[in-house]
Design a protein around this ligand. Sequence first.
Ligand code: INS
Ligand code: FE2
Ligand code: FE2
Length: 303
Amino acid sequence: MTTHVEQPPVEKQTPSDSDFPVPRTESQGGFEAPDINAFGNTFRDYNAESERQKTVEEFYRMNHINQSYDYVMKMREEYEKLDKTEMTVWECCVLLNDVVDESDPDLDEPQIEHLLQTAEAIRKDYPNEDWLHLTALIHDLGKVLHLPTFGSLPQWAVVGDTFPVGCAFDESIVHHKYFKDNPDINNPAYNTKNGIYEEGCGLDKVVMSWGHDDYMYMVARKNGSTLPSPALFIIRFHSFYPLHKAGAYTHLMNDEDRENLNWLKIFNKYDLYSKSKIRVDVEQLKPYYLSLIDKYFPAKLRW
Ligand SMILES: O[C@H]1[C@H](O)[C@@H](O)[C@H](O)[C@@H](O)[C@H]1O
Ligand SMILES: [Fe+2]
Ligand SMILES: [Fe+2]
């Protein structure tokens, strides 16, 4: 039997400077990151011997060959039209259940489980940051790019870790060796440390490999979401492990990026380590998340 917990409705408001969230690095306790994933391996082990590992490695081979500067610019232009469909944020969460992520060595559950597992874990430790709960719920919605309505993009154009294009590919990128067949690697304009960028230019100016992060960021911003800056930063860069895990590309950041990175690091712990086989009760949680969607988004969004 399912017990329904009454959730207080949240009021709609636009963020002002006074309620701009201040980054905090200490955890509120509660969430303990497990040592091993649901398959008995350490998290993000891209070399563990398993059937899944082969799929993941093939995924990164295709990703690294095809994600070039020209390809990304073409995709940005196509998808910023937001002319594919109209739907609510929750409708998109449900749609996402039809997407299986081939890049992920830690998860083979339906995506809505992952969204709610992440959001609920973060909500326990940061009960007052409702924007962070909602950010967790929507951070992977861009994976709908893989569905027919959105052009059935291949996995390598939707999921996996992201990295800047237009400058050298850092060694810390998973399965870096496959970049040898990327057309940009021999282009002198793109293969130096700074490439087309200026030191400290800010990540907003950096063109990232195309996928669910940048697409969802586009959708949120262009539909006028009132989520605060760190929320949009988390959505846009949560797959940028070379930055937030390995510390690469920091020379491209500005002060605002450095502030926002603190929140991204907090978020990442929940995104990564809440992946488990313990199922969530979607119907019970739905009213709370609907009230957050209503607070920070218009009812219907263009995608
Ligand atoms: O396999 C995972 C998964 O696709 C996540 O959604 C993405 O954010 C990660 O960076 C990626 O490595
Ligand atoms: Fe993601
Ligand atoms: Fe995720």
